[in-house]
Design a protein around this ligand. Structure first.
Ligand code: SAH
Length: 280
């Protein structure tokens, strides 16, 4: 393992680093990701890795797009893994750059296992996942002691492209805060299942699109109105959906909004607590 600053020295020729690039903002890259961008012989990147991040690599470093996007022609997962193996066997330092964290709904595990089968050395470099870092940019914390002691992160698509692989009844009862990836297409069905399982239709929902990027937008709605509002506002992926009381905290914690003049609400949960008067 490297010391604090010479991560790049560890990047051996003939190996693959599976690196998370975070939700989009280049400031959310890890030092390790940054070093890998400098040291790589080739970068194989996904659809959600933006130009600002790729621009941090030397201009002459070759880049290959291996993006997968629903509905558009894209390389097959097996082809991407085979390409990584082929490049590593050519003796290259292969940077496999993925959005968010490579092990969160990102097929990083699948790709890494293919490397293991082929005997290619690899490293996993975690990244900030969109469901945490992206929501933080929108001023939504994943936990707060007055709202929730658990979080559930769910994909709105399973491997078959639908939502049958999730026990929505159990999810609805088990966790006060839900964070959904890839859920825009099926949001109508998902909210219906959650309401049927007892979640109130009035429960707050935030849909955060292009989180952490300059074009970020946040739609605040409710479980009952989410599908209609998403359609009305023509919300397109990539988007993270947050469901639960945590969304209410945004009126107090929207730090980006505050930077452009929004007045923050110091007691967004209306608890009447005034911590400034507590002395002990
Ligand atoms: N490995 C990634 C997730 C890949 S799945 C991670 O850890 O973040 C792709 C989904 O991630 C998108 O459909 C969307 O739900 C979410 N996502 C990724 N980047 C996002 C962003 N900048 N803003 C909103 N959602 C994002």
């Amino acid at each position: 393992m490297s010391t604090m600053t010479d991560f790049a020295a560890d990047f051996a020729p003939g190996s693959v680093w599976l690196v998370g690039a975070g939700p989009g903002h280049a400031g959310l890259l890890t030092l390790q990701a940054h070093a890998a961008l400098q040291a790589a012989d080739i970068i194989v990147y996904d659809a959600l890795v933006g130009d600002d991040i790729l621009a941090l690599a030397p201009e002459e470093t070759p880049r290959e797009y291996a993006g997968k996007r629903g509905g558009k022609p894209s390389p097959k997962q097996a082809d991407i893994s085979l390409r990584l193996i082929q490049l590593a066997r050519q003796g290259k330092r292969v940077l496999r750059l993925k959005g968010g964290d490579p092990f969160v709904f990102g097929r990083g595990g699948e790709e890494a296992l293919t490397l293991v089968q082929a005997g290619v050395p690899f490293r996993i470099c975690p990244g900030i996942t969109a469901g945490i870092g992206g929501l933080a940019f929108a001023g939504i914390p994943l936990t707060h002691r007055d709202t929730n002691h658990a979080i559930t992160m769910i994909t709105g698509h399973d491997a078959t492209g639908n939502v049958t692989g999730v026990d929505w009844d159990a999810v609805a009862k088990g966790s006060p805060a839900l964070v959904l990836y890839m859920a825009i297409k099926h949001i109508g069905a998902i909210s219906e299942k959650l309401i049927a399982a007892g979640r109130p239709a009035s429960e707050p929902v935030a849909v955060v699109t292009n989180a952490s990027l300059p074009e970020m937008s946040v739609l605040e709605t409710s479980l009952g109105n989410a599908a209609t509002d998403i359609e009305r506002h023509n919300v397109k992926p990539p988007a993270i959906v947050a469901i639960g009381e945590i969304v209410r905290l945004r009126s107090g914690l929207d730090w980006l909004g505050a930077a452009s003049g929004k007045v923050l609400e110091p007691d967004p949960l209306s608890l009447g607590r005034d911590d400034s008067e507590q002395t002990g």
